[in-house]
Design a protein around this ligand. Structure first.
Ligand SMILES: [Cu+2]
Length: 140
C-alpha cells in the first residue's frame, strides 16, 4: 500500500512538471489580443515595442471603427518603427518610435482580413522585421 502511494506521488509530480512546462511553452505563442472598444467608439490598445518584438503581436480589431494604438518603446538606444501598409484596407501607417518614448497612431480599418505590421528599421546584418519584429492585425 505504501509503495503504491509513493508511485502515485511520483506520477503526480511528473504530471505537474509536464503541465507547467507545457504552459510555459504555450505562453510564448502569440495569443490574439482584442483591442478594447471604448464608449467613444474608439478601439484602443497599448503595444510594447522592444528589440526585436511587438507585444502583443496579434491584435484583433473590429472593421470600420477607429483604432488608436499607443506604441511604448522600452529600448534604451535602438529606435523602432511601426509600419502597416495596406491603403486599400484603410491601413497606412509609418510611425517611428524613439528609444524609451511613446507614439500614438490612429487609423480606421475598412476591410476584414489579416494584415502584417512590422518595424521597417534595418540592422547592420538583418532588418528588424527579419529578426521577428512583426505581427498580425486581424480585422474582424
Ligand atoms: Cu525595430
Amino acid at each position: 500500500m505504501k509503495h503504491s502511494s509513493t508511485k502515485s506521488l511520483i506520477l503526480l509530480f511528473v504530471f505537474a512538471f509536464l503541465s507547467t512546462a507545457y504552459l510555459a511553452f504555450g505562453a510564448k505563442e502569440s495569443q490574439p489580443f482584442e483591442a478594447k472598444l471604448f464608449a467613444d467608439g474608439v478601439q484602443r490598445a497599448d503595444v510594447k515595442v522592444d528589440s526585436y518584438s511587438f507585444e502583443p503581436n496579434h491584435i484583433v480589431v473590429v472593421v470600420n471603427k477607429p483604432v488608436k494604438f499607443t506604441l511604448k518603446s522600452v529600448t534604451k538606444i535602438i529606435p523602432h518603427n511601426f509600419t502597416i501598409n495596406y491603403p486599400e484596407a484603410g491601413l497606412n501607417v509609418d510611425q517611428d518610435i524613439s528609444p524609451g518614448k511613446e507614439a500614438k497612431i490612429t487609423f480606421t480599418p475598412t476591410k476584414t482580413g489579416s494584415y502584417e505590421f512590422y518595424c521597417n528599421k534595418k540592422g547592420i546584418f538583418r532588418s528588424h522585421q527579419k529578426r521577428g519584429m512583426k505581427g498580425i492585425l486581424e480585422v474582424r
